[in-house]
Design a protein around this ligand. Structure first.
Ligand SMILES: Nc1ncnc2c1ncn2[C@@H]1O[C@H](COP(=O)(O)OP(=O)(O)OP(=O)(O)O)[C@@H](O)[C@H]1O
Ligand SMILES: [Mg+2]
Length: 477
């Protein structure tokens, strides 16, 4: 369909996820009328902000709006990043969601505007409709000849039927492999994409419902297809503008998509792709699906980036931009002016601002409980109480760290469950930020670069509280 512009095939890469800081978040936890449930999908409390995020989410899902921006503002550890992750989960696979920290802009080997352009184009989906030829039928029989020599190519035969016909297909090595991978058996209803050879299972044939015992509870039963085995089918897949850019920029090519090493992309390439996509839209072959660009720690952007984003928001093909920050009134990076959240007023003016507030004790306890379940750490009721106490007096993040470490200690003493003693032990082993500052004040003379005077404890606090000591130091000046 694309004459001179190549489009990437649908993505088949799945990402493995470790237990990260937000892996317990599976959505925003809203009900059908967008009301936040007190605790749902890993989300606890923060109802006001979740409700607001839910409204924005609806607008994004509609896919009609572009060029809007939203700011999540609130104290550290109040769930700003968590809410953004919740939105991303709720959007699902077909709406692009790009997650970046503002500091990434400075660490890439490309100009800041190029980095932002790529981030923006990663956040715009193009839904491409294509007609493909498929073979769809119920598997009657799969025969595979294993060559006796052990090596050599496998060959086989696949018999498929519909309610009207039955055909035997020859199988090559590649097809046999994908049939094995999908664990296809006779009685399955499958489709084979003729162009790519991709095999997918639609379900088990109703005719085999008798074998229910042998299948298991999740099995989906479907009708044996009717008519011809070969069909034309319209498939829709979503790729991002950035993926199209990369594949069509001669210096980069396909592999860059996987290595992530794309470098700068020429503006002629982008112009060409923009006009091609516009053409596809007019012909009804493609639709634009504006996604989300999430910029965490947004105060780390500088004035050039802000101006660039201001302009970008006005573009017709702009994603929804979500930013998060924990800064109050602070210097806008790259200027000597101060502004709320370190974001220029003209950009702030275009944003809807959602604020997050600190949690109460009950909510902290619930979050800690969810986190310990996520990390597979069993924790006794009174240990959880102590941990909640620690969270109220220090920070939620610190308490979350203690779960993992206390879990390790409990395992060491061959206990299934974390007890108060374990929590006490890790509390003594690992300092929280406040105690660490105290310690520094007491022993500062023994450290290097100890320029902080007695009255400056507050400076120590800001520097340790944020992950960006350099910026905090600059803000003080
Ligand atoms: N409402 C919530 N429900 C469940 N887990 C939460 C909630 N709020 C925060 N958490 C968890 O607490 C931890 C800290 O929250 P998060 O990282 O979202 O804070 P933040 O507001 O982004 O802070 P910062 O300003 O420092 O970036 C994370 O592990 C997060 O998943
Ligand atoms: Mg955050």
């Amino acid at each position: 369909m694309a004459d001179n512009v190549a489009i990437p095939e649908g993505r088949e890469v799945t990402y493995l996820e470790r237990i990260g800081a937000h892996s317990h978040i599976r959505g925003l936890g809203l009900d059908d009328s967008l009301e936040p449930r007190q605790a749902s999908q890993g989300m606890v409390g923060q109802q006001q902000a979740r409700r607001a995020a839910g409204v924005v989410l609806e607008m994004i899902k509609d896919g009609k709006i572009a060029g809007r921006a939203m700011l999540l503002a609130g104290q550290p550890g109040t769930g700003k990043t968590a809410i953004a992750m919740g939105m991303s989960r709720a959007l699902g696979q077909d709406t692009p969601f790009t997650n970046m920290s503002a500091t990434e802009i400075y660490s890439l080997e490309m100009s800041k505007t190029e980095a932002l352009t790529q981030a923006i184009r990663k956040s715009i989906g193009v839904r491409i409709k294509e007609e493909t030829e498929i073979i769809e039928g119920e598997v009657v029989e799969i025969l595979v000849d294993n060559p006796t020599t052990g090596s050599g190519q496998k060959v086989g035969k696949l018999t498929l039927k519909t309610t009207e016909m039955e055909t035997v297909y020859d199988l090559g090595q590649k097809m046999i492999d994908s049939i094995m991978r999908e664990k296809i058996q006779s009685g399955d209803v499958i489709t084979i994409d003729k162009a790519t050879g991709k095999v997918s299972r639609l379900g088990r044939s109703f005719a085999r419902a008798r074998d229910y015992d042998a299948t298991g509870a999740q099995t989906r039963f479907v009708q044996c297809p009717e008519g011809e085995l070969q069909k034309r089918k319209e498939v829709v897949h979503t790729v991002t503008l950035h993926e199209i850019d990369v594949i069509n920029s001669r210096t980069q090519g396909f592999l860059a998509l996987f290595s992530g090493d794309t470098g700068e992309i020429k503006s002629e390439v982008r112009d060409q792709i923009n006009s091609k996509v516009a053409e596809w839209r007019e012909e009804g072959k493609a639709e634009i699906a504006p996604g989300v660009l999430f910029v965490d720690e947004a105060h780390m952007l500088d004035i050039e980036c802000f101006s660039f984003l201001n302009r970008a928001l006005e573009h017709e093909m702009s994603p929804v931009i979500i930013m998060a920050t924990n800064r109050g009134i602070t210097r806008i990076r790259g200027t000597n002016y101060k502004s709320p959240h370190g974001i220029p007023i003209d950009l702030l003016d275009r944003m809807i601002i959602i604020k997050t507030t600190p949690y109460d004790e009950k909510e902290l306890k619930q979050i800690l409980k969810i986190r310990s379940e996520e990390e597979d750490v069993d924790i006794s009721e009174d240990a959880l109480k102590v941990l909640t106490r620690i969270a109220t007096e220090t920070s939620l993040r610190y308490a979350i760290q203690l779960i993992t470490t206390a879990g390790v200690i409990a395992k060491r003493r061959k206990s299934q469950e974390v007890s108060i003693e374990d929590v006490k032990k890790v509390y003594a082993l690992f300092l929280d930020e406040h105690r660490s500052s105290q310690y520094l004040k007491e022993y500062q003379n023994e450290f290097m670069f100890n320029e902080i005077g007695q009255g400056d404890a507050s400076t120590v606090r800001t520097t340790t509280e944020t992950s960006a000591p350099a910026a905090a130091a600059m803000d003080v000046s």
